[in-house]
Design a protein around this ligand. Structure first.
Ligand SMILES: NC(=O)c1ccc[n+]([C@@H]2O[C@H](COP(=O)([O-])OP(=O)(O)OC[C@H]3O[C@@H](n4cnc5c(N)ncnc54)[C@H](O)[C@@H]3O)[C@@H](O)[C@H]2O)c1
Length: 387
């Protein structure tokens, strides 16, 4: 076994996503399993170089995990020829500037979504990366989740017949921050800091819908701010200038209609924090992050509308759980780690990889058009993006 090291500058690892999902659950998890076996006798060993603004926070993380490299000087890290990949999980509004610098330094790129706060910015990054001839990827973790992998398997297997509609329900109550601390960072609720549920979640809905059911061809959305006042990490009240709920209708290539509610001001009466119900001529499914249940046409009940009588059957019990069978070549595991593995293989083995900055720009496009649709009160076409 030979070991090949890939050095990754990781910016934003003091944040929620950067620390938990990317550093701990992906890169350090890969090291714990002995590295990423490439299948040719080589093991890829990811070596993180932590980057951020606060030295004490970086040092504390490095010490906690036995890491030795960190820096508050992004340009110095980018000037280091031994660093192969630049990873960015900073607050969204800081992304474009840092990624521009990383492209100029010739690093391969892996970045969180949304890739930018505007479509122009997202396309600029995609063009810069293409022209520089570097490898680039954008986090699109949801399609690597067990529930959505099961759903994809049903789609690919023809379970649904003709797919008619998709309805998604995403959200939970994010505390205002006064009498209980908010469980999400406050910048998410300030438009001027790149916040808002449309810009956060529509990029996810774009690739989920696109990969499973067909490209989004039109969007009609109503975005709103249900809670106009929140309290920040320091307990100070601030005006919540960003949208905290969005009610969207999406037409898909192939004819299906998707309707997705996204809200940080909703209490959960569901099995999972996100659920998608797919109805087709031959069957239906309800998929969450982990689980997926189906009902075939042959087992579909025939309810008759009669408000005078109590419900006599348990509709939920009439669905069947899709088993946790492993997909070919792998298991159901952390979606972020699964995508990191594919990206690293793309970097070192040149394996195909479609979740790139152009795919990321499609997500930003849908968010931008969603907000415009809401502001103008009309449905908007979503033109196909090219570079
Ligand atoms: N893939 C997903 O499911 C998913 C989920 C949540 C967030 N995200 C994305 O990940 C990114 C980070 O989100 P998060 O929830 O981890 O945020 P966070 O506030 O917890 O972390 C933000 C990180 O950016 C750094 N930062 C750099 N400049 C900053 C500035 N001017 N102000 C504040 N912080 C600054 C912080 O130090 C921190 O490391 C965002 O782009 C967000 O859209 C993705």
């Amino acid at each position: 076994m030979t070991r090949r090291t890939v050095r990754i500058a990781m910016n934003g690892v003091t944040g929620r996503m950067g620390y938990r999902q990317h550093l701990v659950r992906s890169i350090l998890a890969l090291r714990e399993q002995g590295g990423l076996a490439l299948g040719d006798g080589t093991v890829l060993w990811p070596e993180p170089v932590l980057v951020g603004r606060r030295e004490h926070a970086l040092r504390e993380i490095a010490d906690r995990h036995g890491l030795t490299e960190w820096s508050t000087d992004l340009d110095a890290v980018l000037a280091d020829d031994t660093v192969d990949v630049y990873f960015d999980a900073q607050i969204t509004s800081a992304r474009v500037d840092a990624v521009r610098r990383a492209v100029a330094a010739g690093k391969h790129l892996y970045v969180e979504k949304p890739t930018a706060t505007s479509l122009d910015g997202a396309l600029e990054l995609a063009r810069l990366a293409r022209d520089a001839g570097i490898k680039h990827g954008v986090v699109q973790d949801k399609i690597f989740l067990p529930g959505l992998l099961k759903l994809k398997r049903l789609v690919d297997g023809g379970f649904f017949g003709e797919i008619l509609s998709v309805r998604g329900e995403f959200g939970y109550w994010v505390f205002e921050g006064d009498w209980q601390q908010a469980q999400r960072p406050s910048w998410n609720y300030r438009a001027e800091d790149g916040g808002g549920i449309v810009s956060d979640m529509f990029p996810h809905w774009e690739y989920v819908l696109h990969e499973l059911f067909g490209r989004v061809t039109s969007v009609q959305a109503l975005a709103t701010t249900h809670l106009p006042r929140r309290w920040d990490e320091g307990g100070k009240p601030y005006p919540a200038t960003a949208d905290d709920a969005a009610y969207g209708v999406f037409q898909l290539e192939g004819g299906a209609v998707a309707q997705i509610n996204s809200s940080w001001a909703v209490r959960v009466h569901r099995d999972e924090l996100v659920e998608f119900q797919v109805d087709g001529t031959h069957g239906s499914a309800v998929a969450g992050l982990r689980g997926c249940r189906v009902q075939h046409r042959s087992a579909t009940p025939k309810p008759v509308w009669n408000p005078d009588l109590p419900v006599t059957e348990s509709f939920r019990d009439q669905w069947q759980e899709v088993p946790d069978n492993l997909p070919p070549g792998g298991g159901f595991e952390n979606g972020f780690k699964a995508q990191w593995e594919l990206f690293l293989r793309h970097v070192v083995l040149d394996e195909p990889y479609t979740w790139d900055l152009l795919a990321g720009a499609r997500g930003v496009q849908l968010a931008e058009l969603g907000l415009r649709s809401s502001a103008e009160g009309r449905r908007l076409d979503v033109p196909e993006l090219t570079l």
